[in-house]
Design a protein around this ligand. Structure first.
Ligand code: PMP
Length: 354
């Protein structure tokens, strides 16, 4: 057996590209078009560079405390990581450790499959219904755990708290993870966070990358019972004690403290999203009533790949997933109103010229 036969073989997740084009409109990775809270800038600029000599706080207490206070929880109910990808990665490693398959939707965040394969966790995917909704009955048989995003990605479809609770209640013997990367765009009452008091096995995952406009800082977190969080901490301290860097911890804390700005940019994005849906429909697109910071649109006549390429030629980047289940649609991040104007003008030209 050669050394190559002994190597762990993985098919990695492919993130959306980060092009280096000038004057581009970047609507391909669900980033926020607005800057982080103003205090984040002050925090960055006033940072003492000599602090870089020292390791950061291994327990990331300042940020966990700020988040716990914001959500009305105990610090021991919050776990933070290097983006929610890191949090979910740790959570797969910690909670999905059974011979029975873990369940997630067939159309979902495509990284779940990659982590399952990386850690050799058996998994099974479940189809969505014709309107892209989860079918709760599919998640009621014995399983090794459950994860799905709510709102889902890349569809943007939101399941009600009642539907999600039905799934959690049917699974007292598994950890159920709800990936709420986009929940801040889905309106009041969309989150299942209040349920963590009643379900010890529920983990709710969030990120600073979308609604807090801090994808570059790499901050994600999750919330759950003290027991769940202590299991995660044990695994984290078995991998890397210092996951979060000092500037990220400090910037995260100040971001959480500016709730007015947070709500303001979310409001703007939601308004632009609704406007984009209306204007896309007028151009012959259809889409589910997405609740994230993106739309998942299909044109009635023109293939998605053709539109994707034509937009790219105009320096407008959107996401095209070249897989059989998704290749008839484009996932378009909601930008500023000005970016939406330019996107719509380009799409009008493409549609009329087809
Ligand atoms: N979950 C979902 C559903 C996502 O779309 C993303 C963004 N790609 C993530 C988690 C990870 O985001 P981040 O690591 O930037 O927090």
């Amino acid at each position: 057996m050669s050394w190559e036969d002994k190597v762990r073989k993985v098919e990695p997740y492919v993130p959306g590209e980060q092009p280096d084009a000038k004057d581009m409109i970047k609507l391909n990775t669900n980033e926020c078009p607005y800057p982080p809270a103003p205090a984040v800038k002050d925090c960055l600029w006033s940072m003492d560079y000599d602090r870089m000599r020292l390791y950061p706080n291994p327990d990331v207490l300042p940020l966990r405390k700020a988040l716990a206070q914001y959500h009305g929880l105990d610090t021991e109910q919050v776990f933070v990581g290097v983006g929610s990808d890191d949090v979910i990665d740790m959570a797969f490693l910690t909670f999905f450790n059974s011979d029975i398959p873990v369940l997630f939707p067939e159309i979902s965040y495509s990284f779940y499959k990659v982590w399952a394969e990386l850690y050799r966790i058996p998994y099974a995917t479940k189809p969505l219904d014709k309107d892209f909704h989860i079918v709760p009955a599919d998640y009621k048989n014995a399983n090794g755990g459950i994860i799905f995003p709510n709102p889902n990605a890349p569809t943007g479809v939101l399941e009600s708290v009642d539907t999600v609770e039905e799934i959690i209640a049917a699974n007292p013997d598994s950890v159920v993870m709800i990936d709420e990367a986009y929940v801040d765009f889905a309106g009041e009452g969309a989150s299942v966070l209040p349920l963590i008091d009643r379900y010890e096995n529920l983990l709710v995952i969030r990120t600073f990358s979308k609604s807090r406009a801090m994808a570059g800082a790499r901050i994600g977190y999750c919330m759950g019972s003290r027991k769940l969080i202590s299991c995660l901490e044990a695994v984290k301290f078995s991998v890397n004690s210092y996951t979060m860097n000092t500037p990220a911890i400090e910037m995260g804390v100040v971001s959480v403290k500016d709730d007015a700005y947070f709500k303001e940019i979310i409001g703007r994005i939601v308004n632009t999203r609704e406007r984009m849906k209306k204007e896309l429909k007028a151009l012959g697109f259809s889409m589910p009533d997405g609740k994230g910071n993106f739309v998942f649109a299909k044109h009635e006549k023109i293939p998605a790949k053709k539109i994707y390429t034509a937009l790219r030629e105009r320096n407008i980047f959107v996401r095209f997933f070249d897989t059989p289940l998704l290749n008839d649609r484009l996932r378009i991040t909601v930008g500023t109103d000005e970016e939406a104007d330019r996107l719509m003008a380009a799409l009008k030209e493409i549609v009329e010229g087809a």
